[in-house]
Design a protein around this ligand. Structure first.
Ligand code: GLA
Length: 398
């Protein structure tokens, strides 16, 4: 099973293609940044809560030659399109028509705003992260850009700080009000591990992925539009919940400060829909911690229950699932050997994440191929992913 023509190609051979396209024999640099899949902890990051993503072996590469000029010129190989921007006067106010280059330009802007020196380059980029699947291709492009733009030899801020800078690029320059999870996962990934990220302190711990479980992603083929208005509405509903609870409960500044008991005693004062959103977030943080324990103990039943509870909560309380995501989870849950299945990412389309006993991946793929199209009329994709290390520079053979 694989996704896309290049998913299994080595970095060296992909870099060779990029070098050819860049058309230079001079010194070049290569940086990479992975996409991510979130195991559990959904819509908790912007509530200063906990998330448990893993960086995956679908990634952006940028091959470039550094320039003295204060500008960037980049070609997107997959789109056969070249774009550029100058550092001078770069600001969200002067951004042009929407384009993929905004993620690079926004990162340059946010790095400068944070007081980091940047350098120009001429580069070519290529990605094996399926676009629009909710596997964070934009965050990966931002993190790859932080590496390409950085001036060699200057100190690099801590991972969480760098992720926050890239998040700011997306929030303020690109104009998508996401939390910090995607950039953080792309920055901090570790091979064979998931990342327990505390989105209050912007710190993380790694937690090993069980060697006897495969990580399988099922793409519903219904484009995840980080439906900006629905996402922003959820965010403001959570903020309203915090505001109303804080009127009675001193010290509450985010849903992270609210536990189930506190929510219960304030529930009547919240609009019904706000109460449901808050209930999801408050309980999801608990499920993240329980999942870390279940992964450690190899407790497969608990993993299945936790993923199912998270999915049901996102469907019924947070209302960000979709008929397609629900169908995909239902199909997976019928397959022997599928341990746990749920929607992953923002929702409204995109992918499910599945923990599967080795040997059952094929059966999951067969079941999805046989049933999903019939139920939805859409074409699904199923692929196994591995947890990999986070963004950085790749040594090139001379
Ligand atoms: C998107 C956002 C993240 C996070 C998830 C939901 O992926 O970019 O910050 O909020 O949705 O968990």
């Amino acid at each position: 099973m694989s996704f896309g023509p290049t998913a299994n190609q080595s970095i060296a051979s992909r870099a060779g293609v990029l070098r050819k396209r860049l058309g230079t024999t001079g010194p070049v640099k290569l940086v990479r940044a992975p996409g991510r899949v979130n195991l559990i902890g959904e819509h908790t990051d912007y509530n200063e809560g906990l998330v448990l993503p893993a960086a995956i072996d679908r990634e952006f590469l940028i091959l470039f030659e550094p320039w003295d000029r204060p500008e960037v010129q980049m070609t997107a190989l997959d789109m056969d399109e070249t774009r550029s921007f100058a550092f001078e006067g770069l600001s969200p106010e002067t951004r042009g028509a929407r384009s993929w280059i905004d993620y690079v330009a926004g990162t340059a802007w946010a790095m400068r705003e944070a007081g980091l020196p940047i350098r120009g380059f001429r580069g070519v980029m290529q990605s094996t992260i399926p676009v629009g699947s909710g596997l964070s291709s934009s965050a990966a492009l931002e993190m790859a850009s932080t590496w390409a733009l950085a001036v060699p030899g200057t100190p690099r801020p801590a991972t969480g700080v760098m992720a926050a800078i890239a998040q700011r690029a997306e929030n303020r320059y690109v104009g998508v009000n996401c939390g910090i999870m995607d950039q953080f996962a792309s920055a901090a990934g570790e091979a064979g591990h998931a990342l327990l990220i505390d989105c209050r302190t912007n710190t993380f711990k790694t937690t090993p992925m069980p060697a006897d479980l495969s990580l399988v992603v099922c793409d519903t083929g219904s484009p995840h539009r980080l439906d900006a208005s629905a996402y922003n509405t959820r965010r403001s509903e959570c903020e309203l919940g915090v505001k109303l609870i804080a009127e009675r409960e001193p010290g509450v500044t985010a849903l992270r400060d609210v536990d189930e008991e506190m929510l219960a005693r304030n529930r009547d004062r919240l609009p019904e829909v706000v109460a449901r959103r808050c209930e999801h977030v408050v309980k999801e943080d608990g499920r993240v911690m329980a999942t870390v324990v279940a992964l450690r103990d190899g407790d497969l039943d608990a993993l299945g229950r936790l993923f199912a509870a998270s999915h049901a909560s996102l469907r019924d309380l947070y209302e960000v699932s979709s008929a397609e995501l629900d169908a995909m989870v239902e199909i997976a849950n019928e397959v022997p050997g599928v341990v746990a299945s749920r929607m992953t990412g923002a929702g409204f389309g995109g992918c499910t994440v599945n923990l599967v006993r080795p040997g059952a991946e094929e059966a999951l793929q067969d079941a999805v191929m046989a049933n999903y199209g019939k139920r939805t009329g859409l074409t699904p994709r199923v692929f196994i992913v591995a947890a990999v290390e986070g963004a950085g520079e790749v040594e090139l053979d001379a």
